[in-house]
Structure formats: C-alpha cells, structure tokens
Design a binder for this molecule. Structure first.
Ligand code: GLC
Ligand code: CA
Length: 591
C-alpha cells in the first residue's frame, strides 16, 4: 500500500471483505565515537519541504539559503537531522520528485555552494542533512530517458521499462501490455510513438520507472550516493522504495472487491486494483543491502558518524516492516518508517495500543521510526482532529510521537499547529494529482503551504511583492513561530518540552516501552523504563470526556512527579488517580 491509498484506507478497509493483515541517547551534541555511531537511535528528525520553508531572495519560492537562516530555530527546537525533499534540478511536475540531474541543485533552490554552506552551518549545530533519494524513476527530461526513448538500440534503452502493446498494428498502438495503474491515476503505461513501445510509470507520465534489472542502473545510483556522501550528508530518505521492481511475467494486478464481492472505483475513477505485482517485490532487499554496503564502506575523516538510511516504507503489516532492517550481516535501513502507527488516521485506541506495542516487540529490537505526517497527506488536523479539540488532539499525537521508544520524524509546521489548507478552486491547484482527482482528491497543496514564521505580510516566508508559490493560510496571524515562542502554553512550547524530555530523561531517551492498563478503552497509558533511572508513565485521553486512570507500576510506589501535562490540568497526587481533561495528556516520573 502506498500513500496514494491514504484517503481510501479506512473506508476501503471497512468496505472490503478483507481486513488489515495481523496488525499488528546519546547526547547529540557530544562528539564521542559512540554518539556519532548511534545518533539516530532516538533522533528527532524534521522534514522540510524546501519550496515552502523560507524564501531568501524574494521570488516566492523557498530555498537553501532560507533554510540556513532558520538553523538556529531548528537547533533551539531540538532537531538532530533535517530531511530535505528533493532539491535537484527538475521540471517540477511532481515538485522535485521528477529529477533530471541527481548531482546538482535546482536553480530556484540555490547552488551546490549554497548546499555546502547549509551542510557546514548545520554541522556547527550538530544537525545532519538527509537527502531524498528517488531511485524508482527519473524525470522524462533526464538525459538517460531522452537517450532511452530515442531508439530501441540506444545504450540507455534498457535503463527503463519498455514493452510492446497488445494488438499493435502499423497504424495503432493497440492497448497497454497489462492492467497496471499509476498511483496517480489511470494506466501506468505510456505509448511512445518514436519507438512504438510503451514505457512504465508507477507515478506521473513524466516519471518513467528505471529498470532495476540493469546493473548499470545500480552502478549509477551507487555513484550518486557517494557524490552526496562526499558533501557530508547525514544519510538518505529513500523515496517510494518498495516500488523498484515489477513482476517479470507482467501478470495483471488483481481487481479488489468490496464486501458484496463487487469491484469498485478509486478516487481517479479507475477500477481499484491490488498492487502485489508492482509493489514490495523481494528484490528490493538486495538493492538496499547493496546501497547500505556502499554507504557503510564510505570513509570520511571530515564527516564521521553513521549515515542513516530512512525508508518510505508503506507496508501492509509489521512483519514486512521488520524485513526492511535487513538480516544479520546484511543490513538495509536503520530507520524504515513505521507507517503502521502514524497513518491509522483515526483515534482508535486499540489500534494504537497494539501497533505501538508491535513496534516494541516485533521489530527484533531494531529502532522504530515513528511518523504521523508528511508532504503527501493532509496534516494532523484533517486526519485526526474532531474540529473542536484539534489542538488537544495534536498534543495527543505528538505525545505518541516523542514519548514512544524510537526515532521521531515530524513535518515542518506541525510544531506550531499548522492546519491543512487545500485549494478551493480547481484552477488554483498546483499538484497534478489534485487536478486528476478533483474534487474528491484535491491533491497535496493543502499540506505544503508556506511556513508561518510571524504575523507580517506572507507570514515572514517571503519578502516577495509577488505571491508565494502557494498562498499563506489565513491562520498565520495567530499560528506562527514568533507568537508561539513567547507563549508557554503554545504548541511550539509543547513540542520543545516533549523533545527535551526525549533527549534528557534517560527513561525517555532509551527506556523500554511497556503498555499499562491495557484493558482501558478510553485512555492509552504506557511506561518507559530503564535501569538506574525512575520510570516514566504517560497517559493520553483518547476521548472528548474527562477520564481518570489508576496506574500501577510493578515494583514501584504510587508517588508521581509531573513532568509535562496539558496546560491548565491539575497535577495528580498519586499514580492511583490521574485526571485527564478531554484529549488530555499527562507525563510523570514514578517516585
Ligand atoms: C513519494 C513522495 C511523493 C512523490 C512520489 C513519487 O511517495 O513522497 O511526494 O510524489 O514518491 O516520487
Ligand atoms: Ca527563493
């Protein structure tokens, strides 16, 4: 399952006869060898959509120099690493995920010199830069594809996935080789008249899939990875990684059936299909082992420390996620994203309890990477909010994100409570998927609006007299960094407090994650526990009504010291009686 099935997930699973398969610190500022090796294990990773973060030259488009000017803010927030969505030269059909040169910077974002400057300035603050690595496809304007499509005998022909149509005649292309669909709607095959064959594209037509059965493709990406390692990056986030391979026999995908046994249409109006022939094929593991070997062998005195591999790993169950870490002696990702937890997309306490527990017990001791939000999904308010208690619900979500064991990844703007702001008119839509899917799927513009820095014009994102590339949401007057920095009860202060606990409290930083009070259907409670430090308990109210919980921690008394709680809530006197307001949160140290 890929994110494009995001809006379908809950309704689809209810509608379909099938159900989800069994769901189920180091101080980063220290420079000791061990902390350099293990920095990612409880890392706080911040996703930046560069186009929307900070414009430095007044053209209405965010850029690298803009990010550099905001590093002190990120340092203060407690960020260890920044993942940048793609900044390479690109026709920008998919806003950078269609790459035409993997070893340069797209001019609107700056230059390689600006990039080096960003890495150096980030390094001074012990912040790592993570690059987005798109290996499934290139832009159709990449020189490899321009060559590939030029003739059937071109040396680059076999770098992409070409196939004859069915029933082709001298005058007609016939029909695509099989029923495979693009995740962005309609057939995944595009007829190319020059050589009279179809090419495969899992995403937009302008994103032809690379052929990973060709060793030259492997070699090209090993070199690209080394190119960026030379520049001191802290690692990579591998885009759409599960989609690298397709069924060599080209078999049709199965048609999905609803609970009445009928096929149905997806948001693009296409017959909904399964994706077992084009997603999560086992050969991906070999590629990731190869890339990990490449990175692990890379030696640099200038930039010591582990390079982390993060995976965009939307997978159907915890077992498939566990495989992404690799086998003993054959490592793959350190941090494949656990989308099992963060994209449940409703406050279903049983699902959260079992899936957070799965991350603790079914990943063979590996580090989970929790993530609840990104540039492909409506923001937290739209997926978890009830319209009344959104702020409190965002506190609930961020508590699960930072107070569970593992690394935490979050999306720019969540720390100030930015809201999803989709376009209201089709003619304003920038993300092509929103044009294909309008009005059911308005695309991804709503979660990509400019960062809200202050209450000045354009929220401090740009000095442009022209408009920013996407409009600044009207909420910026109150939802902005400057205002929230001075408010102890703001979302920003809440994020900072959680991140500080995650880094400085030993039980939070490294402790085991143990579920408590597991029969409770209203309040999710868990404990973090490590030898030599007081245990910490966390309770979050999943309901709009006040709740009281009574917890017992084996081997401990009932004394409790408040570490963090929803603003305005009373401090509990004992573990036996913790009162929580609607969607309230309590975190305390067991005495
Ligand atoms: C990933 C990216 C998404 C992009 C797609 C195709 O899912 O997160 O933004 O459109 O891959 O590259
Ligand atoms: Ca700019």
């Amino acid at each position: 399952m890929h994110w494009t099935q995001r809006i379908l997930t809950s309704s689809l699973l209810l509608a379909m006869a099938i159900s989800m398969p069994a769901t189920h610190a180091q101080n980063p500022a220290s420079t000791s060898a061990s902390s350099e090796q293990n920095w990612w294990k409880n890392a706080v990773i911040y996703e930046i959509y560069p186009r929307s973060f900070q414009d430095s030259n007044g053209d209405g488009i965010g850029d690298l120099n803009g990010i550099t000017t905001r590093l002190d803010y990120l340092k203060d927030l407690g960020v260890d690493a920044i993942w940048l969505t793609p900044i390479y030269p690109s026709p920008q059909v998919d806003f950078g995920y269609d790459i035409s040169d993997y070893e340069n910077i797209d001019p609107p974002y700056g230059t390689l010199a600006d990039f080096n400057h960003l890495v150096a300035e980030a390094d001074k603050r012990h912040i790592r830069i993570i690059m987005d690595m798109v290996m499934n496809h290139t832009s159709d304007k990449h020189p490899w594809f321009i060559q590939s499509r030029s003739s059937k005998t071109n040396p680059y022909r076999d770098w992409y996935v070409w196939h004859d149509g069915a029933g082709e005649t001298a005058t007609s292309p016939g029909v695509p080789p099989n029923n495979w669909q693009s995740d962005f709607g309609h057939s995944a095959w595009e007829w190319d008249p020059t050589t009279r064959q179809y090419y495969y594209h899992k995403f937009y037509i302008q994103q032809p899939d690379l052929n990973w059965n060709n060793p030259k493709v492997h070699e090209a990406f090993r070199n690209i990875i080394k190119f960026w390692l030379e520049r001191g990056v802290g690692g990579f986030r591998f885009d759409a990684i599960t989609t690298l391979f397709e069924d060599p026999q080209m078999r049709d995908e199965d048609v999905l059936k609803d609970k009445n046994g009928q096929s149905f249409r997806n948001v693009y109006g296409d017959i909904a299909l399964n994706d077992t022939r084009t997603n999560n094929l086992p050969e991906v593991h070999d590629v990731m082992q190869e890339m990990r070997t490449t990175a692990d062998k890379f030696d640099s005195n200038k930039f010591p420390g582990t390079r982390v591999f993060i995976g965009e790993t939307y997978l159907p169950n915890i077992g498939e996620l566990a495989k992404q870490y690799g086998a003993p002696g054959k490592p793959e990702f350190q941090l494949p994203m656990d989308t099992q937890i963060g994209f449940i997309n409703k406050l279903d306490i049983a699902a959260f309890r079992s899936r957070i527990d799965d991350a603790e017990t079914k990943l063979n001791g590996n580090t989970p990477l929790l993530v609840f939000d990104n540039h492909d999904n409506p923001r937290l308010d739209a997926r978890y909010g009830d319209g009344v208690h959104n702020t409190d619900i965002e506190r609930v979500i961020s508590t699960m994100l930072f107070a569970s064991r593992g690394a935490s990844l979050f999306y720019y703007g969540d720390e100030i409570g930015m809201k999803t702001t989709p376009p209201t008119r089709k003619e304003d839509v920038k993300d092509p998927v929103g044009i294909t899917g309008w009005p059911k799927d308005k695309g991804r513009d709503g979660e990509r609006t400019p960062m809200q820095w202050d209450a000045q014009a354009n929220a401090g994102f740009t000095t442009a007299s022209a408009q920013p590339w996407l409009p600044v949401p009207p909420t910026y007057a109150t939802v902005n960094v400057k205002a929230e920095e001075s408010q102890p009860d703001s979302m920003l202060s809440w994020y900072k407090a959680l991140i500080q606990l995650k880094k400085n409290n030993p039980a939070f930083a490294h402790g085991d994650n143990v579920m408590l009070d597991t029969a409770n259907t209203k309040v999710l409670s868990w404990m973090r526990q490590t030898a030599g430090s007081p245990s910490v308990v966390v309770s979050v109210n999943f309901t709009a009504e006040p709740q009281t919980v009574s917890l017992t921690v084996p081997g401990a008394g009932s004394g409790i010291k408040t570490l963090l709680k929803t603003p305005g809530a009373a401090e509990p006197a004992s573990l036996g009686s913790i009162h929580l307001g609607p969607y309230g949160v309590f975190i305390g140290s067991v005495q």
